[in-house]
Design a protein around this ligand. Structure first.
Ligand code: AMP
Ligand code: GLY
Length: 417
């Protein structure tokens, strides 16, 4: 079988590794890939935004299944392009990808379907003053969000109304382009975050094992927001009681809403949750696997991922049993010098060959240069271990990270603490 994985991050490394785990003989292409996928699979130098070129490649190589990692091509409509050419692809169509492409779209869906979420108000760019005035009707801190895709930089948690006003004017100034055409103001939710990735086949929604992501750059959740500095699975904040509430208050209304509104969502729906006591609320939807959640969750999957993705495409998820490993996982992200403010490249990475055979290595911002692996900016690597407890997996991860070296390497020391 031949697969094409689109993307170049740790998430795509984890997806390709998981396909390989169940299909040893598979040929796996990764576009554009990274230094690690270059060693283990076949990199294809096509950008994730080049939808037609990617479809041409899939057609020419007779790819059996294409898996789309990042949100940008999904929001651009890659699934419609592939489907239009009769190519099999895993991910939601353009209409459903709006759940990540527009926060306003998601908020409206949540409200229409009585799904618990933060109170909100939306404004377009021609109503700056109304937006500034309305933000004062929210208690502090108030959350100001650019509506569209802003690479994780479009969410501001404002402690004062002056900061909120400055944030609103900044977003509406056009710095995020189309993503800043609209602003969503939100009430601030207290609690603990959880990531719930779900398989969806248009008719049913099946949650994966739960996970937790660490968004801030520094220990104790200090520093700037990042793509995610580490994670673990399962997330103990999701107790049996919370799980039941998620099932009845969130998952059932989502799938009923999809049916009522004739939305044929197929792929992964990633639900960002805030849990306060036993009450879950939706923070956001993403329409793809999470990064680094995928690096924590997929190693625990004991059912063939390809079979599950095909079941999502064919509408056969309800009759596809999915089995998970009882073992728990911890993932640590190693980032490049200056991340997330700047992005240093070209530092030689050493020690990777000395890692224990049980350490799962996912390359992200790396490239192969002759016989070296070098940093290529951003999040560089993610390492994951499975163990009988989070404590054990955590101890193993922090022992393993000592073996890896590159100039300016940074990581959090409190993942899963
Ligand atoms: P989003 O991209 O909408 O998930 O926002 C990014 C991050 O901002 C979330 O993971 C939360 O940490 C934080 N956040 C977003 N919305 C809220 C909210 N209404 N209340 C509290 N924190 C929030
Ligand atoms: N880790 C958060 C995300 O993938 O969006």
């Amino acid at each position: 079988m031949k697969f094409l994985v689109i993307g170049n991050g740790g998430r795509e490394s984890a997806i390709a590794n998981t396909i390989k785990r169940f299909h040893e003989d598979a040929t796996i292409y990764v576009a554009p890939g990274n230094g690690g996928t270059d060693e283990k699979f076949i990199n294809v130098p096509i950008k994730v935004e080049a939808l037609n070129e990617l479809a041409d490649f899939a057609a020419k190589e007779n790819i059996d299944l294409t898996v789309v990692g990042p949100e940008v091509p999904l929001v651009m409509g890659i699934v419609d392009v592939f489907n239009g050419r009769g190519l099999k692809v895993f991910g939601p169509n353009k209409e459903c990808a709006q759940f990540e492409g527009s926060k306003h779209f998601t908020k409206q869906f949540l409200m229409r379907n009585d799904i618990p979420t933060a109170r909100y108000a939306s404004f377009t760019r021609d109503s700056v003053e109304a937006c500034v005035a309305e933000c004062k009707n929210f208690s502090l801190p108030v959350v100001v969000k650019a509506d569209g895709l802003a690479a994780g930089k479009g969410v501001l948690i404002c402690e004062t109304y002056e900061d909120a006003e400055a944030g609103i004017r900044d977003i509406f100034s056009g710095k995020f382009g189309e993503a800043g055409e609209m602003i969503v103001l939100e009430e601030f939710l207290k609690g603990t975050e959880a990531s719930l990735l779900c398989f969806v086949d248009g008719e049913s929604i099946v949650p994966m094992e739960t996970a937790r992501d660490y968004k801030r750059a520094l220990d104790n959740d200090e520093g700037l927001n990042t793509g995610g500095m580490g994670g673990f699975s399962p997330n103990p904040i999701i107790t049996a009681e919370v799980k039941k509430n998620i099932e009845t208050q969130i998952l059932e209304p989502i799938i009923n809403g999809f049916e009522k509104e004739n939305l044929k969502f197929k792929g992964v729906l990633f639900i960002g949750l805030m849990i306060d006591g036993n009450s879950p609320k939706v923070l956001e939807f993403n329409v793809r696997f999470g990064d680094p959640e995928t690096q924590s969750v997929l190693p625990r999957l004991k059912t063939d991922l390809v079979k599950i993705m095909n079941a999502c495409i064919e509408g056969e998820l309800a009759s596809t049993p999915i089995i998970w490993d009882e073992k728990q996982s911890v993932t640590l992200v190693l980032a490049s010098k200056g991340y997330p403010e700047s992005s240093h490249k070209g530092d030689v990475i050493t020690g990777l060959e000395t890692l224990d055979a049980n350490t799962i290595l996912c390359h992200a911002g790396t490239k192969r240069v002759e016989d070296t692996i070098q940093t290529d900016g951003g999040r560089v690597l993610a390492i994951t271990r499975l163990a009988d407890s989070l404590e054990e997996a955590r101890a193993q991860i922090y022992a393993e990270v000592e073996k890896i070296k590159f100039d300016g390497m940074q990581y959090r020391t409190d993942i899963a603490k």
